[in-house]
Design a protein around this ligand. Structure first.
Ligand code: RP5
Length: 165
C-alpha cells in the first residue's frame, strides 16, 4: 500500500519533513493552485522515513514530476537528500523551526556541497510562496499558457503595489 499521496498529472512534488511544516508550505500549494499547476504534497522525513522517501522519488520521476519543492526545519536535510537522489531541480524552503529562528534550517538547506545544488529560498512563508512562483517561472519557459498567467500575475501585482512618492 502506498504511504504517500499522488496526484494524476502532477508536475511538482512538494515535500515536507513533517506535517507541522504544512501551515507554511500550504502557501506554496495555494500559489501553485492559483496558477493552475498540478502538484502533490507529502510529509516524508529525510531522517524518519528514509525508505519511503527513496520509493517516492523513484515513483515521482517515473510519473513525470518536473521538480521538487522541499521544506524542512532544524537539521534541514530533506532538500539536500532529495537533490542527491534526482537530477530534477530541487527548490529548498527553510522552515522557521523551534530554535534559532530558522537560521539553522537556512544554513542546513543552503550549504550544499559542490555538484549537488539546492536553490534555496528565504526562511518561512515568503520563501514558500517564492519557491512556488520560481517553479512556475521555470515551467513557463516551455509552457506558453503558464507564461501568460505569470505575465498577468506580475501585471496585477505591479498595479496593486503603490509606489512611494
Ligand atoms: C523537521 O523538524 C521538520 O521539517 C519540522 O520543520 C521540524 C519539526 O518536526 P516535528 O517534530 O514537528 O515533526 O524535521
Amino acid at each position: 500500500m502506498a504511504s504517500y499521496t499522488t496526484v494524476d498529472g502532477a508536475r511538482i512534488g512538494i515535500l515536507m519533513g513533517s506535517a507541522s511544516d504544512w501551515p507554511t508550505m500550504k502557501r506554496a500549494s495555494e500559489t501553485l493552485d492559483s496558477f493552475g499547476v498540478a502538484h502533490e504534497s507529502n510529509a516524508i522525513s529525510a531522517h524518519r522515513n528514509t525508505k519511503i522517501l527513496g520509493e517516492y522519488l523513484i515513483d515521482a520521476e517515473q510519473r513525470g514530476i518536473d521538480l521538487f519543492i522541499c521544506a524542512a526545519g532544524g537539521a534541514a536535510h530533506l532538500a539536500g537528500v532529495v537533490a542527491a537522489h534526482t537530477q530534477k531541480p530541487v527548490l529548498g524552503c527553510p522552515m522557521q523551526a523551534w530554535a534559532l529562528d530558522g537560521l539553522d534550517s537556512l544554513l542546513s538547506t543552503v550549504q550544499m556541497p559542490k555538484g549537488i545544488p539546492v536553490a534555496t529560498f528565504s526562511i518561512g512563508g515568503a520563501g514558500a510562496t517564492n519557491a512556488a512562483i520560481f517553479a512556475v517561472q521555470m515551467l513557463s519557459m516551455s509552457d506558453s499558457d503558464l507564461l501568460e498567467r505569470l505575465t498577468e500575475f506580475r501585471k496585477t501585482q505591479s498595479e496593486s503595489t503603490t509606489p512611494i512618492k
